[in-house]
Design a protein around this ligand. Structure first.
Ligand SMILES: *Cc1c(COP(=O)(O)O)cnc(C)c1O
Length: 436
């Protein structure tokens, strides 16, 4: 029926909402990738974030310590390593759950895209002479009133809305967030308090995006951040790879043919984990192996990556799934075609997990490493165990990695959580305890 590179047995697991590991047959086969984005764009995004850094540290006092750079720590996770990693030298956590300003991985791409728009607008209206000008000029009342004539809009399951709404409002734009039905109430409340217009849709993420896009199209002064189709978001996310490379060097952790790096990334529509994969491949080439993780009810990137190049990704609804998951950041029914094509030959595979497993790992992260995340962000913890399955072991042999597995590094990307209100987090813990 569909042209999917997924065995019948796996298709039946998907349909039943059961977990599985899918391995990408087009991995490291560059002929399968239609048009690759330009690696130089990653450096352009990094330079843009640096230009805006002095302004950002004025707008967000929490950025004073990092001189306006939004970054998260790379943390060793020795206890988690003991508990979950059956092979490998160490387990690390890339702590985007504590990313300042937006509290999730969406701070990377979302803020970058709004800065792209603000920069262009300021240049067009001579509010900035050129890109070497002092960006703190954008705080002046004349510039804020210019920005105030424009709207920035987005469709979101919650976290992208938070990121775009917070930066948009901080710069003086009118900000409108179209929230899907999965979005948590506290995320909407937090935005409303900042003067962001929140439009609630009684429909899924794809429908919220479509409604937002249509409304923004009708308003010439509206800029729509299109999560399904955005090189600007993607490149903002990709900057994480440059930063991670520096952090690994600082901690004297090698990534080379003797020391492969495995990275486990929660995936929704694909932009955040896709941008990071693209960036990491640019940094480490064949020595890094990225796996995406999705809820069993929303394996949209799995279906997208298993489809044909330049074809519309198959939706999870075709497999009678519901997108019903507590992992609101990952509750997406159809992947971004643009992202699938950009990383067609770069993604090693995708695994899926049940919500119960996410809660177990949410609790484990708290108990073993004192890290507090939202359910979406716990899914990466299943990565190392997934590599211990027979099909993954065969994959490791096929890629001549078995001899170096004991020297490998496993990196779990925790993508959101530090903004979760206390009572909400306690409810996650209570639920996790009930699942055990
Ligand atoms: C959005 C999100 C992701 C995935 O990012 P996509 O760009 O949608 O693939 C992962 N974790 C959290 C917490 C998120 O909010």
């Amino acid at each position: 029926m569909f042209h999917l590179s997924i065995t019948q047995e796996q298709q039946s697991l998907i349909r039943q909402g059961k977990p599985l590991l899918w391995l990408n047959r087009q991995y490291q086969d560059s002929s399968s990738a239609p048009a690759k984005p330009d690696v130089l764009s990653i450096y352009e995004a990094e330079a843009r974030l640096a230009r805006f850094a002095p302004l950002l540290s004025q707008l967000f006092p929490e950025l004073a310590v990092s001189d306006g750079i939004i970054e998260s720590p790379l943390m060793p996770a020795p206890h988690l390593h003991q508990a979950i990693t059956p092979m490998g030298a160490r387990t690390l956590i890339k702590a985007d759950h504590s990313l300042p300003v937006a509290g999730s991985i969406k701070a990377r791409g979302g803020i970058h895209e709004v800065l792209c728009f603000a920069e262009q607008l300021a240049l067009d209206h001579q509010a900035l002479k050129d890109i070497h000008d002092d960006y703190q000029k954008l705080l002046q009342p004349e510039v804020r009133s210019l920005f105030g004539q424009y709207e920035i809009a987005v469709g979101s399951t919650g976290n992208l809305g938070l990121s775009i709404g917070i930066i948009g409002a901080a710069l003086g734009f009118q900000a409108t967030v179209h929230m899907s039905i999965d979005a948590k109430e506290w995320k909407k409340e937090r935005l409303r308090k900042r003067g962001v217009k929140v439009i609630e849709h009684n429909a899924d993420y794809g429908a919220a995006v479509a409604a937002g896009r249509a409304e923004a199209d009708a308003n010439p002064r509206s800029y729509f951040v299109d999560d399904e189709n955005s090189p600007r978001l993607f490149m903002g996310y990709a900057v994480a790879a440059l930063r991670l490379k520096a952090q690994l060097e600082e901690q004297q952790i090698s990534v080379d043919s003797d020391h492969p790096l495995f990275v486990y990334l929660p995936a929704g529509v694909g932009g955040a984990p896709g941008g990071i994969t693209f960036g990491l491949k640019a940094m480490f080439g064949e020595h890094v192996h990225c796996f995406f993780a999705e809820p069993v009810q929303a394996p949209c990137m799995l279906l997208g990556m298993a489809g044909r190049p330049s074809a519309e990704p198959v939706s999870v609804y075709e497999f009678d799934l519901t997108i019903d998951t507590e992992a609101d950041g990952l509750a997406v029914g159809q992947a971004s075609q643009w992202v699938c094509d950009a990383i067609r030959d770069q993604l090693a595979g995708v695994y899926t997990a049940e919500d119960a497993a996410l809660y177990q790992h949410l609790l484990q992260l708290k108990r073993l490493e004192n890290i507090e995340v939202e359910p979406s962000a716990a899914i990466g913890c299943l990565g190392p165990q997934m590599l211990n399955t027979p099909e993954a072991r065969a994959w490791i042999r096929d890629h001549q990695l078995d001899e170096v597995m004991d020297k490998s590094t496993h990196l779990i990307w925790t993508t959101g959580g530090s903004f979760v209100p206390r009572e909400e987090y306690q409810a996650f813990i209570d639920k996790a305890i009930r699942y055990i």
